[in-house]
Design a protein around this ligand. Sequence first.
Ligand code: HEM
Length: 397
Amino acid sequence: MAPESGLSRRGLLGGGALALGAGLAGAGLGWGAGSATASSDAVAIGGERVPFFGPHQAGITTDPQSFATFVGLDLRAGSDRESLTRILRLWTEDAGRLTQGRPALADREPELADAPWRLTVTVGLGPGAFVGLADKRPEWLRPLPAFPIDAFDVRWPGTDLVLQVCADDPMAAAHAVRVLTKNVCSMAALTWVQRGFRGTRPAGVTMRNLMGQVDGTVQPAPIDHDALVWDDGAAQPWLKGGTSLVLRRIRMEMDTWDEVDTPLRNLVLGREQTSGAPLTGSAERDAPDFTATDANGIIVIPPASHIARAHRRTDREQFLRRAYNYDDPPPPGETSDTGLLFATYQQDVDAQFLPVQQRLAEQDALNEWTTPVGSAVYVILPGAQPGGYLGQSLLED
Ligand code: HEM
């Protein structure tokens, strides 16, 4: 039982609250005049907002925020199109407010809403959400094939729904996750929560992962970007402006990675750990030369290195990588539970992502120190228009 507090509930509801207010005011901490300064400071810090409405959902091409929480939910038994509609309407309403620094409807902690810290809420559907909508399900929306490198943990399955909540401060993300999940809990149950971080960096500086590598350098060129990321509605007209998310939870084997010296680490990746430059260049953004040889005729970037294997073989084999690090409490007896929430966005999982993943599963020097422990594929809904809701084109056309 909690220790008895000196302030009883009855005392606070009676004269106690007034006395407490007066006491704090006397100490220069009062509610009233002083609080205006406190709250305007709070808005100035963390007040930056990312628009919620538009042709695409935010949180994909948004410059990655420092923190992300991915939440996987499953629809409750007996769910139908109507319950899915209710969930998506609620999420649109709540996310439309929270991302703009306004409390959600029936927000019990409205004080936490005024500093959104570039909060974005991105909503996706797994294969199981297409109940009664089978003809609208994109061809590629199914679990990835099993790969020999996979060692899945039952804690991280694919789910019917996913929320990706990103912000530059964990408070903003935590409040949004709480509001969004509790408001739909009669219709969808929470299956997992995966939290990640990128570290605070100046704009335009690529993040590092917890293996120490500069991670996220090579991305689809801006010129091809739209065609590679956003759906054009050709196969499923309702999906125009949407995309797909592949979320792989990939554990890093930190104890054995510790034993690898820097020169070998560089060969495993095909880039220098310190600068992020390809082994054939001197700066991070230099294009790797996969055919260059040294004085002895040996290929400089080993063909089995991660970047040599991952590099596109065709223009179509490209996708947007927006990974987050995770570092959870280790299980008893182990030293770490560390890795990547490896998130990619592409128009077509089968055409763009799968060939690269297949090639890496066949051979990639990095595989010795990384293990996929979870995997899920989602369709990311097109953006919502003001007055409309996420998923409207799927559910109403
Ligand atoms: C824990 C697992 C992984 C780690 C630590 C990792 C790390 C890295 C690093 C440090 C780079 C070089 C810098 C950059 O361009 O970002 C890179 C490049 C890349 N990675 Fe990974 N990666 C992982 C898993 C994957 C997976 C599963 C895929 C795809 C299925 C993938 C696809 C790529 C691609 C396409 C590139 C760019 C290759 C190029 O064209 O140069 N990575 N990765």
